[in-house]
Design a protein around this ligand. Structure first.
Ligand code: OSB
Ligand code: MG
Length: 371
């Protein structure tokens, strides 16, 4: 697989409904797509860096120049036998994992298409149907949130996750539990609390939550361990896990009992698989996180979720929850049982709608090997 050129593009897509976390509200996405051109086969990847450096320090305006000036030149013109071989080529660049993941994942996509094999099989997956949950942002009122939960439960989703922050937490969880005492429920704080709020966080134990996701600092493992020793509810780490070494430290120090794997946050499929395998060996369940992806990132998340230790429902849900029209065909659909049935066609099993992508493109740049 010779990497002849790489195309970077930004497309803009308004969200069907705004999405609010403890760090802010998003109305639309600036989606950054990467295409690798390899001897007649194109592979697509999505860079999950956000519009702002709030979820992580990476954002679209760091990812673009990092790929253009460092990561693309490191792989352009190279011939690889398999996608994972790009990892050492990009290693000299520190961090910028979402940027790296977009190239690596595009190469996996190209590799699967070239071999005419499903991506999930190439990744080593085995599950033929994956369980789906939803992540519901902070709303303008609790009533609005309860309405949303009702809609998602009626659609069949198997786990409801709500975003929390100080002032939108115990009161909200109380209302949810009084209406639905038995649903599988979890919450995600996106680092909105501090260790001196331990007494407040202990109140979350009364709600029988599946987990509380990333309650403390985004870069912290040690204090999560101190918190976990004082909570019955399982902590799940998201932001704090960048690679398999982080995961090993978090597990060994009992900083979390569940891990959320986001393929962008950890730098690509190779590292995501390493974390998956490590967690499987330590009996720590994992699930696939989401970053409000378009169909391209979404279908990569689906492929990853077929690995056997993705034992809990992921934030992998239907296209129509986010987009009026998605850029893959068919759109991602969820069964009334709250599952996605894995497709057997080569690659992701979903066709990339290049015509629609072209219409949505606001910026595009094709990179070639230096002469
Ligand atoms: O913390 O999981 C998160 C979206 C953007 C940034 C961070 C997070 C999220 C979500 C949305 O929770 C998950 C989804 O894509 O539905
Ligand atoms: Mg999270």
């Amino acid at each position: 697989m010779k990497i002849e050129a790489i195309t970077l593009r930004e497309i803009q897509m308004p969200l069907v409904h705004f999405f609010e976390t403890s760090f802010g509200r998003t109305y639309g996405r600036r989606i950054f797509l990467v295409t690798v051109h390899c001897e007649g086969v194109d592979g697509w990847g999505e860079c999950t860096a956000g519009e702002d450096p709030y979820y992580s320090s990476e954002w679209i305006e760091t990812a673009w120049p990092t790929i253009k000036h460092y990561l693309a030149p490191a792989v352009l013109g190279k011939t690889l036998a398999a996608a994972h071989e790009c990892v050492p080529l990009m290693e000299r660049v520190r961090g910028h994992r979402m940027a790296k993941a977009s190239i690596e994942n595009a190469l996996w996509d190209a590799g699967a298409r070239q071999r005419k094999q499903p991506l999930w099989r190439l990744l080593g997956g085995s599950l033929r149907e994956i369980a789906c949950g939803v992540s519901i942002g902070i709303q303008d009122s609790v009533e609005q949130l309860l309405d949303k939960i009702e809609t998602e439960l009626a659609a069949g989703y198997r786990r409801i996750k709500v975003k929390v922050k100080p002032g939108w937490d115990v009161n909200v969880l109380t209302r949810i539990r009084s209406r639905w005492p038995d649903i599988v429920l979890s919450c995600d704080a996106n680092s909105a609390y501090r260790l001196d709020e331990i007494e407040h966080l202990r109140k979350f134990d009364q709600f029988n939550l599946l987990m509380i996701e990333q309650p403390l600092w985004d870069d912290d493992i040690y204090n999560h361990s101190r918190l976990q020793q004082n909570l019955r509810t399982a902590i799940c780490l998201d932001e704090a896990i960048h690679h398999a070494r982080d995961a090993a430290q978090a597990i060994e120090s009992d900083a979390c009992r569940i891990i959320n794997i986001k393929v962008g946050r950890v730098g690509g499929f190779t590292e995501a698989r390493k974390i998956h395998d490590l967690c499987a060996s330590q009996n720590i369940p994992v699930w696939c996180g989401g970053m409000l992806e378009s169909g391209i990132g979404r279908t990569h998340n689906i492929a990853l979720s077929t690995l056997h230790n993705f034992r809990l429902p992921g934030d992998v849900s239907a296209s129509k929850r986010y987009w009026k029209e998605d850029i893959v065909e068919p759109e991602v659909e969820v069964t009334s049982q709250g599952t996605i049935v894995i497709r057997d066609e080569p690659g992701t099993g979903y066709r990339v709608r290049e015509d629609l992508i072209e219409k949505l493109t606001v910026r595009k740049e094709t990179l070639r090997p230096a002469a």
